[in-house]
Design a protein around this ligand. Structure first.
Ligand code: ZN
Ligand code: ZN
Ligand code: FE
Length: 743
């Protein structure tokens, strides 16, 4: 038998062809393998068992950096071939192009060479091979070849060239390779001048960090701002200069077990190719190496990552044990990734710059993960493709306004971009433009439809409108929570499966122009529409955004007789009169805001400095609870809960138990609503989506209640439950709405 196999996915620049050749040899198949614009093509000849083995092992044993999206098989006539060969790349007209590999942490083999004094790349800060290093962030065009990367300006020396050309070498066709002679270089810019020479640079950077200074370090997808995390003065200085008073900082350490609780799964996630930031339970203060004041105050979790570039490894081998490694930007602005831009925008924050001369084509933030669940999907994952069900026109979906990521579809693949952050600033919009342009170019997609959120005030919606006008394309706007639910369906390949979607988040523009966020939506076979079956009973946001920044305002709306402690009476009077007159007030059904309000009632926090801070701290408090205090309420009537909370608090019930009781009570109320609606509609699947489900206590409680009721439960595994996952849902809704009309 002879078969033609077309392998789609991340299969170029990752050592896939030699892998297939080796596999064919082992199995005893004849034929050939090669690259084309769609991926890898194979022809294989042998018996049925051998061909089956090939198909299975192609996926199961794929090289570390490969992601196989699918394998299409066709029977062809035998040729009686004997051997198996790698054949030259071929060109396919009008082909759907191949996929771009993500950036990957330095591999073990390269690390061993980095530490081997006999190796010619000993201590080379940019050591890389076919199995590791930068990819997505250095690619300017496809096909993925050195001239189409930011390594184009570094000419390979004779010895590197030899490795590059040798099919048996680990660096065969590894585009970013170089060495001390021909590769990128690093240097340190300080107020006293520039330090050069790798050894001197590392020593100077370490001593600045040890002195409590802030160093901007250029990495793979952009700059980090680093300081010694064990030095509270340095951490406080960074917070002040970055205008980031409380939001937790990410940490980098080669020894995470000294700071956080690790198990097999979390250790594997930390060390996976992407080397993401992983949110993990902090060891109790007395069990860890030091107290870490100012890093993540009030929280019981730390975001930790391992060093992932050779430069990080060199820096940490003798430097501080634990570094703050936060994005190189001012609060709410996009990441700096260009040397000049970094000098200009980070000059007032960093005391020194650890620079290098390998340009970054497109910025990419660190990814943030929990075991089994993405929080921010970016470096190491972007642009990971999701196969979407059914056919439809190519769509550009622009996402939401915060935690933005956009989505571009091509045929049955959806590419969700890396994290672009908040779209409030001009810089963010420029970064958005640039990333959209790059992804369209790399995938040769001309969208036929543009999709955006319903919210007329979102800058992404405005961007989408002008893009659509300019290109004469239809604009489809999608209700925020509808997009959340459909994104969940899409990532589970369940588009068309009727679902009761619990979409709980901080805010989203509702069909009645109210602020939604505690929604129970029913989406049927047609994902283009939905029914709002139930929602959290509305309460008042006094002063709109002011209520978001000051949870005590929400608490005052929930409990009219309640007085916050430590707040200026004049401000309380203003809020009271706003609540009475309704001036500047907005009704909301937001579950996120209910969390804020309850946190204020419990005295957790009256004002916040970052989104969801009060809710996150309330969750941490709940985890410290022993006995959930019983609170009995429903989505359509939370008032009894507020009364019970106030009474119990006055009676001296520990706030931890009340926090835990609130989580259990809300889970019960949501489950009750979902179960009833599912029964009425004859639906057996419930989905949990929206940023509130980053709350693990709530998600776990709700899941177990729904499962006990015999319902299937979907939660996010591939795209975040927060607005980072919104664009995938928008794209799929848009395809469903206009697909028939324009394809
Ligand atoms: Zn390597
Ligand atoms: Zn070289
Ligand atoms: Fe949302």
């Amino acid at each position: 038998m002879r078969q033609k196999l077309a392998v789609r996915g991340v299969v170029q620049g990752v050592g896939f062809r030699p892998f297939v050749a080796r596999l064919a040899d082992e199995i005893g198949l004849a034929g050939h393998v090669g690259n084309d614009e769609t991926g890898v093509f194979i022809e294989a000849e042998g018996n049925a068992a051998q061909l089956d083995a090939l198909q299975r092992r192609l996926v199961d044993e794929a090289p570390p950096l490969a992601t196989v999206v699918d394998v299409r098989v066709a029977q062809v006539t035998d040729r009686g071939e004997r051997d198996f060969r790698i054949v030259p790349s071929r060109h396919v007209d009008n082909a759907a192009r191949t996929l771009v590999p993500p950036d990957t942490a330095v591999c073990d083999e390269c690390l061993a060479e980095l530490r081997d004094p006999a190796d010619r790349r000993y201590r080379h800060p940019f050591i890389t091979c076919t199995n590791c290093g930068p990819r997505f962030t250095i690619i300017t065009d496809l096909p993925y070849d050195r001239p189409a990367t930011t390594m184009a300006g570094f000419e390979l020396c004779a010895r590197c060239r030899e490795e590059y050309d040798d099919p048996a070498d680990r660096r065969h066709h590894a585009q970013p390779i170089g060495c001390h002679d021909c590769g990128p270089t690093m240097w340190l810019e300080t107020p006293d001048g520039t330090v050069r020479g790798d050894g001197a640079v590392l020593a100077a950077a370490r001593s600045l960090l040890a002195d409590g200074r802030i160093v901007a370090i250029k990495g793979i997808g952009g700059f980090h701002l680093a300081c010694d995390a064990e030095n509270p003065v340095a951490v406080a200085r960074l917070r002040e200069r970055k205008h980031r008073p409380d939001k937790p900082f990410a940490l980098m350490t080669a020894d995470p077990a000294s700071w956080v609780r690790l198990d097999g799964e979390s250790a594997a996630l930390l060390a996976s190719q992407a080397h993401p930031i992983v949110l993990l339970s902090a060891l109790p203060a007395d069990a860890r190496s030091s107290a870490l004041s100012g890093v993540a105050d009030g929280l019981d979790e730390l975001g930790v990552m391992l060093p992932y570039t050779p430069l990080h490894h060199l820096l940490l081998e003798a430097g501080p044990r634990l570094l703050v490694m936060t994005s190189g930007n001012l609060s709410d602005e996009p990441l700096c990734f260009d040397n000049d831009d970094a000098r200009a925008r980070l000059g007032a924050i960093a005391d020194a710059f650890l620079m290098h001369d390998r340009p970054i084509a497109v910025p990419c933030e660190d990814s943030v993960m929990r075991v089994g669940e993405p929080v921010r999907r970016s470096r190491g994952y972007a642009p990971l493709p999701v196969v979407v069900d059914g056919d439809g026109p190519d769509v550009l979906a622009v996402g939401g306004e915060v935690k933005n990521a956009f989505c571009l579809t091509r045929g049955d693949l959806a590419f969700v971009s890396g994290h672009l952050g908040d779209m409030g600033s001009l810089e963010s919009r420029r970064a958005f433009d640039r990333s959209v342009g790059q992804l369209m170019r790399l995938h040769e997609v001309e969208p036929r439809v543009v999709a955006a959120d319903d919210h007329p005030g979102y800058s992404t919606r405005q961007w989408a409108q002008s893009y659509a006008d300019e290109h004469g394309l239809p604009l489809v706007t999608v209700q925020h929570h509808h997009a959340h639910v459909v994104s969940l369906l899409a990532e589970h390949h369940s588009v068309g499966t009727p679902i009761v979607g619990l979409a709980f988040d901080g805010t989203g523009y509702g069909c009645d122009r109210h602020v939604w966020g505690g929604e129970v939506l029913v989406v049927g076979e047609d994902v283009g529409s939905f029914v709002r079956a139930e929602h959290l009973a509305e309460f008042t946001l006094a002063g709109g955004d002011a209520a978001v920044r000051n949870p005590f305002r929400i608490a005052m709306a929930l409990a009219p007789g309640w007085e916050p402690e430590g707040i200026d009476p004049a401000e309380i009077a203003v809020v009271r009169s706003q609540l009475e007159s309704g001036v500047g007030c907005a009704p909301t059904s937001s579950a996120g805001r209910l969390f804020d309000g309850v946190a204020a009632l419990l005295g957790v926090r009256q004002r916040v400095s970052y989104e969801a801070q009060a809710a996150i701290e309330l969750e941490a408090l709940a985890r410290a609870g022993r006995e959930p205090y019983p609170l009995d309420f429903t989505l359509s009537d939370w008032a009894p809960m507020v009364e019970q909370v106030l009474r119990a608090k006055a009676a001296g019930v520990p706030v931890e138990d009340l926090a835990l009781g609130f989580h259990h009570g809300l889970a019960e109320a949501a489950a009750e609503a979902a179960v009833a609606i599912a029964a009425r509609a004859g639906i057996d699947t419930v989905g949990l989506t929206g940023g509130v489900f980053a709350n693990r206590v709530l998600a776990a409680q709700l899941r177990s209640r729904l499962q006990r009721a015999g319902l299937g439960v979907l939660t996010h595994r591939r795209v975040p439950c927060n607005d980072g996952g919104l664009s995938l849902g928008q794209a799929v809704v848009a395809r469903a709405r206009v697909g028939e009309r324009i394809t």
